[in-house]
Structure formats: structure tokens, C-alpha cells
Design a protein around this ligand. Structure first.
Ligand SMILES: *Cc1c(COP(=O)(O)O)cnc(C)c1O
Length: 465
């Protein structure tokens, strides 16, 4: 399997190479040159597989020759050991043909564990074989950082530096990062906001001269292809649990950077019968505006009750645009360059194809709270604010009540107590039992000025030899 850049100007890479990079040198994102396709019979034959057996079937063609099958099997089996629910991704029923897929059973209580538990293990395997060490640097407003740290904490060949804005992540989110005391894990609280953190990471990828010569810098944000790949699996798993592939299903996906919903689009291209894919956004709604109205104009960031979806621009959107522009890398390069500095619209044909692939809906904070309240009242089931946006969008724009509608529940409600309390819940939602020591565990974090040279100096002093 080869991976090509969405801007068409970089050489194709194999899986191992794509695993160890971030953006392509031409500024594009890597995508598979061709997708594996599964027949209905083949998918139907997987109904009896458990989650990790199914994951192997779906992931193997993307990895190809790069990892021998037995080793890949072992990596995948290990990926889900820290998920608390034996089904890994259990379904919960809310109403007739209305379901929630719980993707928050992993160690950090958000769906990002699916991608990062696998990514950390894949990286460690490949690095061990190459006798190579790398540095991971990432910025987080909460969920990504903790999932990356949990995914990489055992990896001897990775030094990981996660920047978060000082005093601007929730206590649960901070403690999920700072209580992991492994020597290769470094939490940097930057005296600035999330954008400052992200700019520092971007600048570091653009000029890597601060690193020791033998180190490569690896991205763990959702532009990393392996993260997307890991997320395709649960679309198949949910469908197979509800009568697929004979019976088509629909998905509603709380969306920020477009990684999760893009994995659903790929599942459908690989042969899974999906009747409808709904992009659910909060009031940071560039995706909804673009999909419904070809309005691809940046607005200022709004802080909402669903902070993991607070984005101005979705980094993975370029991957779907690449397909909507019939994989014309030059057109994408031109569009994305102009998008930086001016208002752009998609071509008529690209817009038509995007609009045909997805439905979309925006849910504001008031409606998010109402949905949490409503579902709790009817089902005694507590949604987190991100998942509530998915459920509400599904209720507003679903096309058929005969097709099972599955909303991806992306986080556990205990991660976002503010929204849950606003919905009238009488006390803070409880953390799962295994995390009961989170608030008393020892923390380790370094607070650093909003100054890139200070951050680089710190990293240099702490990169292992
Ligand atoms: C990251 C995140 C999202 C958004 O996912 P994307 O792949 O960026 O679209 C939604 N909900 C939660 C809880 C998240 O952590």
C-alpha cells in the first residue's frame, strides 16, 4: 500500500514511512493511493469476530508488507487491553432504531484512545526494529494530549512533549496527563493559550534545527494517517452488531478536525453499506456551512461547552476535498493556499459531491444542555456535551426511521462536568471506579513562559540519550 499527498507534489510513501511523519513536504496530508475494498460476503463473514479480530481484518491491508501478520496481530490484541468494557465499543439503545456507540471506554475516557493506543504500539514496534528514537511533540486543549501520553507511556524509543495552556484545561484533563510519571513523558504548561501552544508545535515542525541530529519529530495530531486507520474499525463493528452489512446503518459524528467522520467515509468506500453520514458541529460551524451552503469562510473561534470541537479550520477536511476534486493535487494546493489569505468557495462539482456525501447540522450550547437533560430524563443515560451534539443532530436531520441511527459517543460525561451540571444534574458525574485515585495521585508538570526558545531549551535538556 502506497500513500500519496493531497497536494500531489511529494513522493509516495509506504506505511512505515507515513507512520513516522506528519504533513507531507508539499504541505498536503497523506492518504492511501487506493483503498482496500471488501465484498458483502466477506464483511458478512466477520459477524462472529470480536473487536480486535475485526480490527486486524481492516487494518492489515493498510499496513501491507510493512509488519508481518503475526506481529501485527499481537500489536492489535494489545491495543485494546486497557479498555474497560469487554466489547471495547459497546452500543447503548436510546429509542427505536436509535443507538449510541460508546467510544469512551479507553484509559482517558475519550474516543482518541482508539487511535492513540494503536499508534503508540505501532511506533514502538517500528522504532525498535529500526534501532531509532524519535521525539513526539504535540499541543492539546485536553483530550489529545492525555490519549497520546497514555498511548506512548511504555514506549522506550519515544520522548514525548505535550504542551497545554497553563490553567486552561480542566482538572480531569490535566491530571490525566500529569499523573503519568514515566521518564519519557514531559508535560509543559505554557503560559499562553491553546493557539500559542499549537503555533509552537507548528514552528518546531517547520524548523527542526533545535533537535539532536539523530532524532526525527513525529506528529500525534489527527493528521497522522495511522490514527484515521484505527478509527475505521468501529464503524464496521457497530454495523455488524446491528445486522450489517445486509442492513444499512447511519452514523452521526460529533466533529471538530474531521478525523472521525472521515474514517466513516472511508468505511463506506471500503464496502460498508452506510445510508447517511451526519457531520454534527457546535457553533464553530465552518463544516456545516461548507457542506450545506458552500460557505468555506473562517470565523473567529467561539468557546463552547464542547471544547474538543472548538476549531476554526478542520485539519483533516483537506482529505475529503481531495476526493471531491477528483484527486487533483494541484487544485487542492491552489485552493488551500488561497484559503490562508482570502475567502474561497469550492468549485461547483466539488461542492455537489461534498454535499452528496454528508448531511450536517449545528447545535449551540443551549440545545446541547437541553439534549443532555432530555436524554437523561427519558433514558437515565448521561451524555457528555460532544455526544449530545451528535444525538441532537441525528434527531434533526435523519432521513429514515427504518435505518438504525448510531451516534458516536466520543467522551465520558465525567470529563465535562460543567455542561452536565448546567443540564441540572445534581452533582458532578462520577469518574469510573478505576480512576478514583486521579485526584490524589502525584503530578509532574513544568511551567514555561510563552517563548519558543525556552520550550526548545527544555526539550533539549530532557531528550533521552
Ligand atoms: C477530538 C474530539 C472530537 C472531534 O473529533 P475530530 O476527529 O477532530 O472531528 C469530538 N469529541 C471529543 C470528545 C473529542 O475529544
Amino acid at each position: 500500500m502506497k500513500y500519496i499527498s493531497t497536494r500531489g507534489q511529494s513522493p509516495a510513501l509506504n506505511f512505515e514511512e507515513v507512520l513516522l511523519t506528519g504533513l507531507a513536504p508539499d504541505g498536503g496530508l497523506y492518504v492511501p493511493e487506493t483503498l482496500p475494498k471488501f465484498s458483502q460476503q466477506e464483511i458478512a463473514s466477520w459477524t462472529t469476530l470480536n473487536y480486535s479480530e475485526l480490527a486486524f481484518k481492516i487494518v492489515q491491508p493498510f499496513v501491507g508488507e510493512c509488519i508481518p501478520a503475526d506481529d501485527l496481530k499481537a500489536i492489535i490484541d494489545d491495543t485494546y487491553v486497557e479498555f474497560r468494557h469487554p466489547a471495547v465499543a459497546p452500543l447503548v439503545q436510546l429509542d427505536h432504531n436509535e443507538w449510541v456507540l460508546e467510544l469512551f471506554q479507553g484509559p482517558t475516557l475519550a474516543f482518541k484512545d482508539f487511535a492513540l493506543q494503536m499508534l503508540g504500539r505501532l511506533l514502538d514496534y517500528v522504532l525498535e526494529r529500526r534501532h531509532q528514537k524519535v521525539v513526539i511533540m504535540g499541543a492539546t486543549s485536553g483530550d489529545t494530549g492525555s490519549a497520546a501520553i497514555q498511548g506512548c507511556k511504555r514506549c522506550n524509543n519515544i520522548d514525548i512533549f505535550i504542551l497545554h495552556p497553563y490553567q486552561r484545561v480542566s482538572e480531569v484533563q490535566r491530571r490525566q496527563m500529569t499523573t503519568i510519571l514515566a521518564d519519557n513523558i514531559h508535560n509543559i504548561a505554557v503560559k499562553g493559550n491553546f493557539d500559542d501552544c499549537q503555533s509552537m508545535v507548528k514552528a518546531s515542525f517547520n524548523d527542526k534545527s533545535f533537535l539532536p541530529e539523530d532524532r526525527q519529530l513525529v506528529a500525534v495530531n489527527s493528521i497522522n494517517w495511522a490514527r484515521i486507520m484505527a478509527q475505521i474499525v468501529y464503524y464496521f463493528y457497530a454495523s455488524l452488531s446491528l445486522g450489517g452489512p445486509m442492513r444499512p446503518v447511519a452514523f452521526s459524528v460529533p466533529t471538530g478536525n474531521f478525523g472521525d467522520i472521515y474514517a466513516g467515509y472511508l468505511a463506506s468506500k471500503m464496502g460498508l453499506p452506510i445510508d447517511q453520514l451526519i457531520v454534527a458541529t457546535n457553533t464553530n460551524d465552518i463544516l456545516h456551512r461548507c457542506i450545506s451552503n458552500n460557505d468555506f469562510v473562517k470565523h473567529d473561534l467561539e468557546h463552547t461547552l464542547s471544547p474538543s470541537m472548538d476549531i476554526v479550520v478542520s485539519s483533516n477536511f483537506e482529505r475529503i476535498l481531495f476526493d471531491c476534486y477528483d484527486r487533483d493535487g494541484l487544485a487542492i494546493g491552489d485552493l488551500m493556499t488561497r484559503f490562508q489569505s482570502e475567502d474561497v468557495v469550492l468549485s461547483n462539482s466539488a461542492f455537489a459531491s461534498l454535499n452528496g456525501l454528508f448531511d450536517s447540522y449545528t447545535v449551540d450550547d443551549g440545545q446541547t444542555i437541553k439534549t443532555i437533560e432530555d436524554v437523561y430524563e427519558k433514558n437515565e443515560y448521561l451524555l457528555d456535551p460532544h455526544s449530545a451534539i451528535g444525538v441532537e443532530a441525528a434527531r434533526k436531520v435523519r432521513r429514515s426511521y427504518d435505518v438504525p441511527m448510531i451516534t458516536l459517543a466520543t467522551a465520558h460525561p465525567a470529563k465535562f462536568p460543567e455542561a452536565v451540571m448546567k443540564a441540572g444534574f445534581p452533582h458532578e458525574p462520577e469518574l469510573p471506579h478505576h480512576m478514583s485515585s486521579l485526584f490524589s495521585d502525584e503530578e509532574r508538570v513544568d511551567i514555561i513562559e510563552n517563548d519558543l526558545s525556552k520550550v526548545h531549551q527544555f526539550m533539549n535538556e530532557h531528550i533521552s540519550s
